[in-house]
Design a protein around this ligand. Structure first.
Ligand code: PEP
Ligand code: MG
Length: 580
């Protein structure tokens, strides 16, 4: 007997997906503890040994699969470390002894031992060796998943296009691993609409729902579900009538997506002849194909920090240089706006965690440019790599989280220093490299003068600007009802930023998720925005809105919206605006 029911969350794209549930988990969070009778201990040890064997095999497969990857050396190195740990007799003996001594299940023994090992690694002075604690944690996680019947690498299904991944939480790094897979949709219990997990999922161009709270508990493996991202619902075990309605809707959406392809070569001009630029956001060089398919006029935001996730060691200058050069050459003369590291807050992984430390309030802590100032060698390595790549095409350097002139000064000094060193080494770079700032901290938005005077361009980061202006954590589903990028205070601030930048004739774009929402396009045009940057999957839908816009009429209607102080009223007025 199956029951039809629905779950609700925050839809982060507009499609519909129909498929079967696959539960994924972070095993260490879910380990149970139970007693083992003395006569069952040898069976428990055998179970542990079998799981270890399976992980050995898993790593072997991983090595074979990665053979074609460009970063093969680093990946091999990390597999080797994991294999060494797996084969370490002392570690294995610790766990076996724990099981025998405490008469407990293998999962519990592993997690207890992991705590001890991690504590030991943390005592080590050598930073490289200290970082190995993350390898220990990853190896333990893999073994746990085997013990608990959930493989660490999601095995390839024949038909992933009908698989819907359901997790309590997925990190941006987890999502990155799915770039080459073709799942139908993602559902997570945690997360807000502009969390980096949501952004990475949107970049995959599939429907996704975050902040469902209990999906991981309520859904069963193999269950049929419909994910309706626009409505923010998951329909579980739908009946035939509902299924056939949704199949029709899905077909209509696919037909619309197909029809949009015809717009690829159309110049983004509004009906009244206003020229607009549509640029793409990317996370890794592998996103380039999608950028080209979208007809984007350049890259408006390359979130370079994604190169640092899922890596055992921080990428060195050469690795970064090659990645940036690959992107800039691939864009064949079109501009690439490369953002310096925005690590910290919800984008943390392995070795980087220790750089950013576990801050009491990470979104307000040592994140982005603050982390770069605190870790000068890390920043210098990136600046050198970017500058060197700028000799191969048009790169613009974008810096996140600047709050005012106190930070602009040391930033410009660091860039000068990097140029000076490259000059001394006889290395080529673009001497006219443009430097720009993300406007995403309210202090920058309100005291814009130094930014306009000292920098070449600006890009508004509405994801963070909303979070910091409204004091609402963008990753926290518990306060997601308060996260509102069209809050009257936000609209006033946006109008102010755009007006000042236009008066100063400083080019300005917007690269937050607002730029990717067709329901926001006319509002933003009316506010004066002319450069939009978004994930390439959404670009043609935005172009369609631009082509149908009449900026003259929009400006008048939007001026009225900006005067409104009630959030609900603003929403109603935007709906009216969009009806034309
Ligand atoms: C933003 O804050 O709007 C932005 C584009 O940057 P990120 O989402 O990477 O913080
Ligand atoms: Mg930001």
């Amino acid at each position: 007997m199956t029951f039809c029911f629905s779950l609700h969350g925050i839809g982060i794209s507009h499609g519909v997906a129909i498929g079967r549930v696959r539960l994924v988990s972070h095993a260490t969070l879910e380990v149970s503890h139970y007693a083992i009778e003395p006569d069952q201990i040898s069976a428990e040890l055998h179970r542990l040994e079998r799981a270890v064997q399976e992980v050995r095999y898993e790593l072997k497969v991983l090595r074979a699969e990665m053979a074609a990857d460009e970063r093969v050396e680093e990946i091999e190195a990390f597999i080797e470390v994991h294999e060494t740990l797996l084969n370490d007799e002392i570690l294995a003996e610790n766990v076996r002894a724990y099981i025998a001594e405490h008469g407990c299940n293998a999962e519990w023994a592993l997690v207890q031992q992991m705590g001890t090992w991690v504590a030991q690694f943390e005592q080590i002075e050598d930073p490289y060796l200290r970082e190995r604690k993350f390898d220990v944690m990853q190896v333990v996680e893999r073994i746990l998943k085997r013990l608990m019947g959930r493989p660490g690498m999601l095995p390839k299904n024949d038909d992933e296009t009908h698989t819907i991944l359901v997790a309590h939480d997925l990190s941006p790094a987890d999502l990155l691993q799915f770039k080459h897979r073709h799942f139908a949709a993602f559902i997570t219990d945690l997360g807000g609409a502009t969390s980096h997990t949501a952004i990475a999922a949107r970049g995959l161009g599939v429907p996704a729902l975050v902040g469902t709270r209990h999906a991981r508990q309520l859904l069963r493996d193999g269950e049929m579900v419909i994910v309706d991202s626009a409505r923010g619902t998951v329909l579980v075990n739908p009946d035939h009538a509902i299924l056939s309605e949704y199949r029709k809707l899905q077909k209509a959406q696919e037909a619309h997506r197909e029809s949009l392809k015809a717009l690829k070569w159309r110049r983004p001009l509004t009906r009244d002849g206003v020229e607009v630029s549509l640029l793409a956001n990317i996370e890794v060089p592998g996103d380039l194909d999608k950028v080209r398919a979208s007809g984007a006029q350049g890259i408006g935001l390359f979130r370079s920090e994604f190169l640092y996730l899922n890596q055992d060691a921080l990428p060195d200058e050469e690795t970064q240089f090659e990645a940036y050069r690959h992107v800039v050459e691939g864009m064949e003369g079109q501009p690439v706006t490369l953002r310096t590291l925005d690590l910290g807050a919800d984008k943390m992984r392995g070795g980087i965690d220790s750089l950013a430390r576990v801050a009491p309030n990470p979104a307000m802590g040592l994140r982005a440019i603050r982390l770069c100032f605190a870790e000068q060698p890390l920043f210098m390595t990136q600046l050198r790599a970017v500058l060197r790549a700028s000799a191969y095409g048009k790169i613009k350097l974008l810096v996140p989280m600047l709050s005012g002139s106190d930070e602009i000064r040391p930033l410009l000094a660091a860039i000068e220093e990097a140029k000076h060193r490259l000059d001394e080494e006889g290395m080529a770079f673009d001497r006219a490299l443009e430097i720009g700032a993300m406007i995403e901290v309210p202090s920058a938005a309100l005291a814009l003068g130094p930014f306009l005077r000292q920098l070449d361009f600006l890009s508004i980061g509405t994801n963070d600007l909303t979070q910091y202006l409204l004091a609402v954590d963008r990753t926290d589903e518990a306060v997601s009802h308060l996260y509102n990028s069209t809050h009257p205070a936000m609209l006033r601030l946006l109008a102010h930023i755009l007006k000042r930048a236009h008066q100063a004739k400083v080019p300005i774009s917007l690269c937050g998720e607002m730029a990717d929402d067709p329901a926001m396009t006319w509002l933003l045009l009316g506010l004066g925005l002319r450069q939009f940057s978004m994930p390439s999957a959404g670009l043609l839908a935005i172009k369609e809105r631009v082509l149908n816009a009449d900026v003259g009429a929009l400006q008048k209607a939007v001026a009225r919206i900006v005067r409104t102080e009630e959030p609900d009223k603003v929403k109603t007025l935007i709906e009216k605006l969009n009806r034309g």
